[in-house]
Design a binder for this molecule. Structure first.
Ligand code: HEC
Length: 187
């Protein structure tokens, strides 16, 4: 009985991993890995943290290189992989944090946790598992502390996710004033 159960669990974890690689049901596959993740309390975000999150998005994490400064998938660097349109992502906060920390093996999305794939914290996989599968992760520009990933998530949920396409008014709000960049959007 015990043995049967274990074998079943191993099989389903394997299939989750395969689905992740094939990216067919990505959010579902990752959500399954988050069964043990603790629930996040609703919290108010202060302006300083939002500003720091934005700085992490544009600079330290260089998310904009692949996802665009507005997170809309219009990448800033042509040499980089095509990032997803984050304005339209359906991921919840926990899953998004997991994706930033662990990246998405099989895509150009890097893992930003310094210890990703060192101890099974990422989808239960280690470096050797990735190697065995012939998966090479894209290198992040810098690794991020857990606290920094939280601030990034706050910023993204506050300013990018579910906010619809960028326009002149949203651009001015986003940057704090109508900066040069905003002129590309019709009034
Ligand atoms: C080197 C390019 C690159 C960088 C840098 C990068 N990403 Fe990504 N990101 C990708 C790619 C490629 C995907 C997967 C697109 C796909 O599904 O085909 C992705 C997917 C994602 C997703 C999943 C979206 C979804 O709905 O499935 C999130 C969230 C995300 N990135 C956030 C970030 C954040 C936050 C940063 C900065 C800390 C970042 N990314 C930096 C390339 C990048």
């Amino acid at each position: 009985m015990q043995l049967d159960f274990r074998r079943k669990a191993a099989t389903s974890e394997h299939s989750v991993w395969l689905r992740l690689l094939s990216r067919v049901t990505l959010p579902v596959a990752i959500a399954a890995q988050l069964l043990f993740a603790s629930a996040v309390q609703a919290q108010t975000v202060d302006a300083a943290d939002l500003a720091e999150g934005m700085r992490l998005f544009q600079q330290k994490g260089n998310c904009q290189a692949c996802h665009g400064w507005a997170g809309d998938g219009r990448k800033m660097d042509n040499q980089m992989p095509d990032g997803a349109n984050l304005r339209e992502t359906k991921l919840d906060r926990n899953t998004l944090i997991m994706v930033v920390k662990c990246g998405l093996p099989g895509t150009g999305m890097p893992a930003f946790d310094r210890l990703a794939y060192s101890d099974g914290r990422c989808y239960g996989k280690k470096q050797a598992d990735l190697q065995a599968l012939g998966v090479r992760m894209f290198d992040p520009s810098a690794t991020l502390q857990p606290r920094e990933v939280e601030m990034l998530a706050d910023f993204m949920f506050g300013k990018i996710i579910g906010k619809g396409p960028m326009d002149r008014a949203k651009c001015a709000e986003y940057w704090g004033s109508e900066v040069e960049t905003c002129r590309e959007f019709p009034k």
